[in-house]
Design a protein around this ligand. Structure first.
Ligand code: PMV
Length: 318
């Protein structure tokens, strides 16, 4: 028996941080994917290999341990946790390929988790649906990270552009929103847990000011929803720029993120902002007319990726 599954990366367009306080958010699956293939091992050991990420490890699935043979994979703990939930410890070979940069705020761990679980379910012929898969993947992320928003695993499972409402209801945008974006990221990884905590402390020290900012961010996300439905790119860009100002107020901006945000605008992006928790990680820039100039501008000092939103969520087969 062989099984394979793939799942997309995600990016948050509006509502990071304010979503923690119950405000709405807009996030979408993007056209970068993690692919997991599983087959019986040729030896009596379980092996995890990735040529793309340049690592190889021998897995002890019973004790959630591993011995590295090559490289330094951060996402291995997610794979071991997924295995512990589904796998019966028979020796298998897992091959992971991914074009999602790790630790860049694009949800690489969620994509790897969703793809691993889906491939394992297929391999063991266990019935699943997207709802159960998104739930199980969120449990894996929470077990590994301690705290995790369900947004990443949800988007990675269902695909598409998603509006998460105040009462946590998920609405899929029906419009075909395939505008080109550039993601810029530095080698400094953001720490989501720390950034969320720092925002809370800032809010506790300045409740009136920060509460107003957070509710304005929610209002802005609702305006953005309308602009997306109308495919009004200029409005979306303007709202991204305002959102960036709010994120700066919350203290999650850095010199490097700011540099990329302004470089993108200078090169013709109609909107650019931090995506994800900030404090490192990535920015996203909307550039319907000049994606190449924006990508080239950012790449002088930082890493870039051209992305589009995609409707394709998890996909799996035996
Ligand atoms: O950096 P990411 O992609 O993990 O996004 C974090 C988004 C926050 O709103 C800051 C936290 C959360 O759990 O929603």
């Amino acid at each position: 028996m062989k099984a394979m599954a793939s799942a997309p990366a995600k990016t948050i367009l509006f509502g990071e941080h304010s979503v923690v306080y119950g405000e709405p958010a807009i996030a979408g699956a993007v056209n970068k994917r993690a692919v997991v293939k599983i087959r019986p091992s040729k030896s009596d050991k379980s092996i995890l290999k990735s040529y793309d990420l340049n690592f190889e490890a021998e897995l002890d699935t019973e004790n959630k341990k591993y011995v590295l043979k090559k490289g330094k994979p951060g996402i291995i703990r997610y794979i071991l946790e997924a295995l512990s939930k589904v796998h019966n410890h028979s020796p298998i070979e897992i091959l992971l390929s991914s074009n999602i940069p790790i630790g860049s705020g694009l949800g690489s761990s969620a994509a790897v988790t969703v793809a691993t679980l889906a491939a394992l379910y297929r391999y063991h012929n266990i019935r699943f649906n997207k709802k159960s898969l998104a739930h199980d993947a969120h449990m894996v992320e929470e077990a590994v990270q301690g705290i995790a928003s369900p947004l990443d695993t949800l988007v990675s499972t269902y695909g598409g552009l998603v509006y998460l409402s105040r009462n946590k209801k998920v609405e899929h945008f029906k419009v075909n929103f395939n505008a080109p974006f550039v993601v810029g990221y530095t080698n400094k990884h953001g720490n989501t847990g720390k950034m969320v905590k720092d925002v809370r402390l800032l809010k506790n020290r300045n409740p009136k000011v920060i509460n107003n900012v957070i509710s304005s961010m929610g209002q802005l996300t609702n305006y953005a929803k309308q602009a997306i439905l109308k495919r009004d790119f200029d409005k979306i860009g303007e709202l991204m720029n305002i959102n960036q100002g709010f994120l700066d107020v919350l203290g999650v901006n850095t010199f490097e993120l700011s540099r990329m945000v302004y470089r993108a605008r200078e090169c013709g992006a109609i909107g650019s902002k931090i995506t994800g928790a900030g404090g490192g990680g990535s920015i996203i820039a909307l550039c319907p007319n000049n994606i190449d100039q924006v990508a080239e501008g950012i790449s002088k000092e930082d890493n870039v990726l051209k992305i589009r939103f995609t409707r394709k969520g998890v996909s799996s087969r035996v």
